[in-house]
Each structure stands twice: as structure tokens, then as C-alpha cells.
Design a protein around this ligand. Sequence first.
Ligand code: EPZ
Length: 429
Amino acid sequence: MDRIRIVGGSKLNGTIPISGAKNAALPLMIAGLLSEETLILDNVPRLADVAQLQRILGNHGVDIMSAGKRPGAQEYQGQTLHISAADIIDTTAPYELVSRMRASFWVIAPLLARMHEAKVSLPGGCAIGTRPVDLLIMALEKLGAEIAIDGGYVIAKAPGGLKGAAIDFPKVTVSGTHVALMAATLAKGTTVITNAACEPEILDVADCLNKMGARVTGAGTPRIVIEGVTKLHGTRHTVLPDRIETGTYAMAVAMTGGDVLLAGARPELLQSALDVLTQAGAVITASNEGIRVARNGAGIQPVTVSTAPFPGFPTDLQAQLMALMACAKGSSHITETIFENRFMHVQELARFGARIHLNGETATIDGIAKLRGAPVMATDLRASVSLVIAGLVAEGETMVNRVYHLDRGFERLEEKLSGCGASIERISD
Ligand code: EPZ
């Protein structure tokens, strides 16, 4: 299995192109199942999760053609996928495929909406606590689906098609909102989703669905209204920039010092994280080209942060912030409110010498002057990248083992960082 070797101590200077958002690309690809016509997606990142979803969609009979750069396209504009679900030949998503990536469970929504049946294995994914699907099932049942769980599979049927309904989520859920939104596009009548997730990726998917002929209003707010239509058609859509990749590199620069342009990044997608970074001593400037991040001379200042649904501080940047705070001048407090067990990085950061004390959902980080390189490993994507960030500033050599998780969510990570002066390389065994 590949490893990443980092020798810490170099400042980051230059330009990092920001890729298309993984967490928008995945549901957008799944939305391709809703139409017989071709959905063309531009700016799709080349990631292991995208490749895995291509295999899953292929199993349903979806033809996917992948093309490289378009003439005149900038280097970071990702790949273009042509997704054609003219004939869905199989409505089962098997365990072997779904267990590796949680978002693949979401195929249940378009399969049910269009084919009126689906059999989908209960999901796997990152090890960040129990991640139930009860709210997704609740939403589909409200839309009229009959659901049974048998042998690790969710078996869903809606013989006469789905029917519009009121869906009130008891807690904000990105997955629940994606599933309810996609399913409702082809339901008979009106669906109103309340307490919907407001993440930018939901809005991106809703924009694409509307281009496909859906009638969705209010996406990006807690109340989404969907007037069902009988058919969706093909369209072309560009995946929005990855706000978590943006925030991750912004934290890396805050950590090492230097001056980097995050090209193509959009500040409104991660304002809360940029505010926290500013408080921590980063200098953030937005321009037409993206976001420029530098660090002022005063060193890293401690912060107190709680993760929250959008527009709050994202849970997907919590581990990276913790790595940054490990070097702050004082004590920081980070509370994780979204996932109950998303602290796998704490014990690994400790290998660098970080002083972190966990008390329930809150981590107290007592900053130290110097981290020291170490062999480390993580079992979740964002935790893994927090170890890379720590390695960039740590004295000596860091070896990040099991980079499989990094490849799920960070496109060309070593290339982007080494292009800005980091000493980082992939070692393939
Ligand atoms: C999405 O996961 C993202 N994944 C996650 O990113 C992200 O951390 C998370 O949203 C929160 O922002 C994708 O978009 C592919 P949720 P999702 O449904 O949709 C509970 C990454 O690293 N819940 O909003 O699975 C759940 O346990 C990944 O890119 C239920 O209780 O998250 C959690 O506590 C990791 N029942 C909370 O809701 C349900 O049926 C939020 O989960 C569903 C969720």
C-alpha cells in the first residue's frame, strides 16, 4: 500500500488549483440515474471515490465516458463525465460495492423514483462513528415507499411510483436531504422538506436537477419545495469547487507560513472556516482568481470552535484545525457536534508530540512550539490529511501510512503541495 513521506519545515508559496467538490460530484453522478438522457458533468475530481461510484453505476447499467481537458480549459478543471442511464438493467447495489463508500447508498433514491424499486446494501465508508440511515428511510417512506431490511439490504418498493409529501427532518442531515430531494423530483405532487441541510453541495445538486427539468425551489435554505415532474432530461453541469480541499490547504499555509493562491476557490463556500483562520492569524484575501492565504508574523493564535451544519464550521475541517492548533500559542477548544466519534486523529497527532486532551465531545489542545515527525496512520479521509498538515511543519521525517483514505478525497495531493515547495513524495511499495 502506498505511503507518503514528508520532511517538514518548508513554507508553502505559490498556487494550488482547487478541484471540483467530491461531495457534490458524488450525488451529481447519482442524479444521472434519474434520466434516460445523458448528464454531462465537468470539473469532476479524479478520486478513488469517484472511480468506485463509476463501478457502482456501471453495475446498474449506466454507461460512463470519461474525457480529459476541454480545449482552453485550465489545468485544474478536472475530468468530464458523460453519464448515460438509458437502460437501468439492475436495481440492486451489492454489498461488495456499497460497503466501501457510504454515499453510494444514495442510489436508492433515483432507482426508487425512476424504477419504483431498489435493493441496496447498507453502507460502509469512513470510520467516524455509527452512521445510520434511519432518516433516509424515513424520508423515502414519507414519499410512499414500502421498505424492508433483509440480510443487510434495504429493499424498497413503490409500485405506483412515489408521491409528494411533507418531510420534516428531526436533525439536519446532508445524506437525508440529498436522498429526499432526488427522490421527490419524480414523485407525483409536491414535496416540502423542512430542516433541510443548507450545504452548498445540496444547492449545486438542486441547480443541476433544475437544469434537467426538475422543479426545485429553496435549496440552500432549510425549506426546499419540489414539484414532481414525470421525466428528467439530460444537461451539462460544472461541479462547484471543493470547500473542504480549500479549507485544508488554507490551514496548511496557516501552519507552515508562506503565501499561496488557492485558485478557483470561492470564499462564500467556507466563510466560517476563513473567519476562524483569520482569528488564528492567517491573512485571507479574496479575489476573482480565488483565495490568497498568508500568515501574519504573530504566530498561530488559539481558537474555540464548535462544528455545525452549514454555514457553521464544517466537521470535515475539524481534524485539520486540530493539527493547526497543536502549534498555537496557547490552549484551544474544539467541539465536534456532528459525529460522535470523529477524533481518530487525536492519538495519531499525539505521535507528533501534540498535547490534546479529550473530554466527551470537546478536545482541548495545548499548543507547543515544535511538532516532531513520526510514522502515522489514519482510518478516515479528513483525519489522514490532518496528519499530512502536521507533517509539513514537523521537524524531521513523517511517514503517513495507508494513504488509501487520502486518495478517496484529495486529488493530486503530493503534486499540489510539492508545487508550493513542500518536501512530500509518494512511496509505492
Ligand atoms: C456528508 O455525510 C458528507 N459526505 C460528510 O463528508 C460530512 O462530514 C457530513 O455530510 C456532514 O457535513 C458526503 O457528502 C458524501 P449527514 P452524511 O447525513 O451525508 C446523523 C467526508 O469526509 N444521521 O449530514 O453521511 C449522522 O450520524 C465526509 O467527505 C442520522 O442520525 O452526513 C450524523 O451524526 C465524511 N440518521 C448527522 O446525522 C441518518 O439517517 C449528520 O450526518 C442520517 C444521518
